[in-house]
Design a protein around this ligand. Sequence first.
Ligand SMILES: NC(=O)c1ccc[n+]([C@@H]2O[C@H](COP(=O)([O-])OP(=O)(O)OC[C@H]3O[C@@H](n4cnc5c(N)ncnc54)[C@H](O)[C@@H]3O)[C@@H](O)[C@H]2O)c1
Length: 296
Amino acid sequence: MASVKKVTVLGAGLMGHGIAQVAAQSAGYEVSLLDVKQEFLDRGTSMVKESLAKFVSKGMLTQEGAENILARIHPTTDLETAIAGSQLVIEAATEDPGLKLDLYRRVSEYLDADAVLASNTSSISITLLGSATKNPENVIGMHFFNPPQLMPLIEIIRGAKTSDKTVTVIRDVAASMKKQTVLCKKDSPGFIVNRILVPALNEAALLVDEGVADPEDIDKAITLGLNWPMGPLKLLDYVGLDTALNISEVFMEEFQDGKYRPSPLIKQMVRAGMLGRKSGKGFYEWGSASGTRPKA
Ligand SMILES: NC(=O)c1ccc[n+]([C@@H]2O[C@H](COP(=O)([O-])OP(=O)(O)OC[C@H]3O[C@@H](n4cnc5c(N)ncnc54)[C@H](O)[C@@H]3O)[C@@H](O)[C@H]2O)c1
């Protein structure tokens, strides 16, 4: 397998723009950034510029350095152009299995036989994504955390057919991006972090629903008692109650185990459009940046 020099990132959204920036900034790769419309590429590029400006204002980067990083990111809407000459494709497209499978089939047409195709998916099976390609041994999970520019961890996930060589490539690339890695040896829903986190968040919502404690006290208990940087209900508001519900439903479906049943309160809040920070209201009101609890 050729060493990685050019990386392609598929999807210029919340995660894709950040992954492209990390690849160009921390690792110095040439990066092709693909999205389906020019306006999405423009939005992604603006987000990269804003993030680089913060690094410059904090004295962590010079203006010239920021310009050089930006010059290494090449936006395009053409899949063939994006993939040509790439040793690694990192897919960060919309979390929709049908959309991703179609994309993997098309990517596989253009991809070099020994290039690696890594997915940033949070919940879709790596084995399933690999099955849509000609070389499933080169398909792997590479799960970044939000925001990729700042979060130090990447979960690496083996699909059923992922080769050792592919794992080594991703370990090396992650190291070049100055990230720590953990290996998920099996392709299992939620990998490590979400498998532990999402049931914990769900349990916090169950405590509210059962009237055991008020949200402020649950969050206070977990921040002070477990030293979490924020309580589980505030974190649910950040993650989005709809996203947490989707993941719980995937767990229920995949594991067929009632312990993953989503909290009825979360379901009800999602139906009411109380999705957390992004909708302005969840367990907290989000008119202000840090969130406050509505007065009873
Ligand atoms: N948001 C998070 O906190 C987070 C964290 C870790 C992993 N993820 C995963 O990252 C992936 C992307 O999530 P996001 O939050 O960035 O979503 P997003 O909606 O912000 O961005 C997705 C982008 O993919 C683009 N896209 C759709 N179809 C495409 C195609 N065929 N080719 C190229 N681009 C295409 C969309 O236009 C959009 O710009 C998902 O798989 C998600 O599960 C998200």
